[in-house]
Ligand binder design. Structure first.
Ligand code: AMP
Length: 279
């Protein structure tokens, strides 16, 4: 695995790969890697002949400067973890100058899925995500890119962008990887205190209980209200807890196939998100 720090070096390598007919696979990340990210890399197996993982903590997708500053970083550890897999050809870890040159003033805005759920209280967040992902698609010239269902709304935004802008890339969705107690793996989990980590298990447990109630025919409004109450009692601030269509992300009143529960809730200043399919 080669560590590449500049756009120019990356371009030279991918130009050569394209000449040789390689299929380029991409896993964009913000680093602080865990098994969830490695699962995305493995998901490209048999679908790409070359694999690039990118690490870039993207300043323009953070609304809160503290959140950006506090985002966990550790390139050496990440590099070692990826090298161990033996599955990655390039780790591309550009600094800001390689991504946002002086005067940078373009944004990609995906209206619709960007205004609801996480978009409602994080204005501009998904514009920042769409913009960086598009740039990484261009810089890596990837044929296929893997994204986690953990960030389901992000996956919807990116699919919409790819369709709308005719981007020549396949998007590969990968189911959420969880801890033994079902907490979704996330770089932010590293910021939880031991006590908060114990509390955090209530998030997936409450979602699973809510799904059981929904499947048993309990009305969605009642099940969601009870679930939100359970989370509040467990010490969470609940930002949203909603049942939505998997395709359009439109709110739905009744649990059925192709609907999903979505939650964002904070413990202290650490915001956790999760989602689970009904069927
Ligand atoms: P991040 O570096 O956390 O922004 O995430 C980079 C990619 O990894 C995104 O496509 C995420 O959806 C995906 N990802 C993060 N956590 C998980 C997880 N627990 N399971 C599956 N994919 C994940």
């Amino acid at each position: 695995m080669k560590l590449v720090r500049t756009r120019q070096e990356l371009a030279e390598i991918v130009t050569q790969w394209q000449r040789e007919g390689e299929a380029i696979g991409l896993v964009p990340t913000m680093g602080s890697l865990h098994e969830g990210h490695l699962t995305l890399v493995r998901a490209l197996d048999g679908k790409a002949t070359r694999r690039i993982v990118t690490i870039f903590v993207n300043p323009i997708q953070f609304n809160n400067p503290d959140d950006f500053q506090l985002y966990p970083r550790g390139l050496d550890g990440d590099e070692a973890l990826l090298a161990q897999t033996g599955l990655v050809d390039i780790l591309y870890a550009p600094d800001e100058t390689q991504i946002y040159p002086p005067g940078f003033s373009t944004r990609i805005s995906v209206s619709g899925p960007d205004r609801m759920l996480c978009g409602a209280d994080r204005p501009g967040h998904f514009d920042g995500v769409a913009t960086i992902v598009n740039k990484l698609f261009m810089q890596t010239r990837a044929d296929i890119a893997a994204f986690g269902e953990k960030d389901y709304q992000q996956l919807c935004v990116i699919r919409r962008m790819v369709t709308d802008l005719d981007l020549p890339i396949t998007i590969l969705p990968v189911p959420t990887v969880r801890e033994a107690d079902h907490l979704a793996l996330s770089s932010r989990n590293k910021r939880l205190t031991p006590a908060q980590r114990e509390q955090a298990t209530h998030l997936p447990q409450a979602l699973m209980n809510c799904l059981t109630a929904l499947k048993a025919g309990k009305p969605a409004s009642v099940s969601l209200e009870q679930c939100a109450q359970t989370l509040k009692e467990a010490g969470f601030t609940v930002h949203y807890l909603e049942l939505r269509s998997e395709k359009s992300l439109a709110p739905v009143q009744k649990a059925k196939a192709n609907t999903r529960l979505f939650v964002a809730a904070s413990l202290g200043d650490i915001r956790l998100i999760d989602n689970m399919p009904v069927a």
